[in-house]
Design a protein. Structure first.
Length: 238
């Protein structure tokens, strides 16, 4: 992994960093995220049962959300790949937990969508239970990104997942998807409303990130946040 370790902020002179330390730190974080997500990303396994989950050797970030919220599109946008995660207009396309290693520093976990899905009820119930077991009992899980369609906001089914994460003390962050589908003023109002609601949830990260896989809105910032959770121990001094 040594070839992929970021050395963010290299274009900043010492004078620049001293004059604007906050800006320098932000630039370094963005570069760190860019380099991490430019690294190799490899499929590991699809797990249909809890006993099929791989050994937890890396920090994990899970992507959760209602069916057809845009999980696969967001994962593809983050990694700069068009087919890493399969996309579909049919809700319920992802029916197993899919694991991907990123630059040998982070595990990306694509969870089946919850809520409506074009599949038999028994199968939907089975993978919903699998998701709940994973979210509540995975020691390597550092953060769950809870994806919310910017057009619709938080729904009761999302609140159910938030309650599970709060109860398990699993850190989660709300990410608004499809932000390009509404006007900037609508997006600002939606972001504020979501931030106001999550304020009372103990495990919720306070920052809400609006994103668009089509326009790349918020992608660099999300990469930077996830890079802070990665395991760079192979390249970074203690």
């Amino acid at each position: 992994m040594g070839d992929h370790a970021p050395r963010g902020g290299e274009d900043l002179t010492p004078a620049d960093a001293e004059a604007d330390p906050a800006g320098a730190a932000e630039a370094s974080a963005l570069e760190r995220g860019r380099v991490l997500f430019a690294g190799p990303c490899d499929f590991v396994i699809s797990a249909a049962k809890i006993e099929q989950l791989p050994q937890a050797a890396l920090p994990e970030v899970a992507f959760a959300g209602r069916s057809n919220v845009g999980k696969s599109s967001l994962i593809n946008a983050l990694t700069g790949r068009s087919t890493l995660a399969k996309t579909s207009n049919t809700p319920g396309r992802t029916q197993q937990i899919n694991f991907f290693t990123l630059a040998a520093a982070l595990m990306l976990v694509d969870l089946p969508g919850y809520g409506y899905a074009a599949a038999p009820k028994a199968k939907v119930a089975a993978w919903s239970r699998l998701v709940e077991l994973y979210l509540a009992g995975r020691p390597a899980l550092r953060r769950t990104l809870l994806l919310i369609d910017a057009r619709h906001g938080i729904k009761d089914v999302d609140r159910g997942i938030m309650a599970i994460l709060d109860g398990a003390a699993v850190s989660y962050q709300l990410v608004l998807t499809k932000a390009d589908k509404i006007t900037p003023s609508e997006l600002a109002d939606r972001t504020a409303a979501v931030a106001d609601e999550v304020r009372g949830h103990p495990a919720a990260h306070p920052a809400i990130i609006p994103t668009s896989a089509r326009t790349q809105l918020g992608i660099a910032e999300l990469r930077a946040g996830l890079a802070a959770l990665a395991d760079w121990s192979a390249d970074q001094p203690a």
